[in-house]
Write a protein that binds this ligand. Structure first.
Ligand code: SF4
Length: 235
């Protein structure tokens, strides 16, 4: 269902961000040693736990394949075997190979060259790749390429829904992902541009933290740092 923002949603979410910072502190995302490892993580984490991703990343590390060069050397079969612990390996291995093929053909094999392209161009190029939806594309943009673009996910969707930050538009059946992106951009619109990548980075990590601690499939609002805002949800 397509959604639009409620009038004061961005202001409320900015306050909720501050409450999460106070409750949880810096999150130090993304847990990786290089931008390419971040990219591997964004593909591998689809539909699986981070624990499973860590096993696949350890396999890739042991095989010397945590770099574009390392991944190029692997056959599809070898890659599938190494990333099998994080599931859907017959889909994820060709998707990773397609990323490398795009990098080689269009950016001289260089992540730096890819990162230097305009945000909108990189985003649409990533979205055209197999196995890359908006959440994966935006995580690559933000966490690997350091572009000031927010990441939305299921945790943010639940928070937005439970706090009624977005209003469904009757008759529209488009997913609300882009509305969540718009909401996050507006939330930090008054912050200096140079700080936005850092703020988007922390905000996504903080919504995951509160989602895991309180706002999963069932909301555990007692003791949640965001419980104070629920009174605004009905107004
Ligand atoms: S658990 Fe309750 S208070 Fe916390 S974010 Fe979810 S809906 Fe809001």
């Amino acid at each position: 269902m397509k959604k639009r923002l409620r009038a004061n949603s961005a202001q409320r979410l900015r306050l909720m961000h501050d409450q999460l910072v106070q409750a949880y502190g810096p999150q130090h995302w993304w847990p990786a040693e290089s931008p390419f490892e971040v990219i591997l993580g964004t593909y591998l984490t689809q539909n699986t736990s981070w624990k499973a991703v860590e096993v696949s990343l350890a396999n890739l590390r042991n095989a010397g394949a945590l770099s574009p060069e390392g991944l190029r050397r692997l056959s599809i079969d070898q890659l599938q075997e190494l990333i099998r612990p994080s599931g859907f390996c017959t889909r994820k291995a060709p998707a990773l190979k397609a990323f490398i093929a795009m990098l080689d053909a269009e950016f001289g094999g260089s992540l730096d060259q890819l990162a230097k392209s305009p945000t909108a161009a990189v985003r649409s190029r990533l979205l055209a790749l197999p196995g890359v939806g908006p959440e994966t594309a935006d995580a690559i943009l933000l966490y690997a390429l350091n572009h000031p673009f927010p990441v939305a996910d299921e945790y943010l969707r639940r928070i937005a829904e439970r706090h009624r930050l977005l209003i469904p538009i009757p008759g529209h059946k488009v997913k609300g992902y882009e509305a969540l992106v718009q909401l996050t951009r507006q939330t930090f619109a008054a912050d200096p541009v140079r700080k936005r990548a850092r703020l988007f980075n922390e905000f996504h990590a903080l919504t995951v933290a509160v989602g895991k601690a309180h706002c999963g499939r069932t909301a555990q609002c007692a003791g949640c740092p965001l419980a104070g805002d629920l009174a605004n949800a009905s107004s």
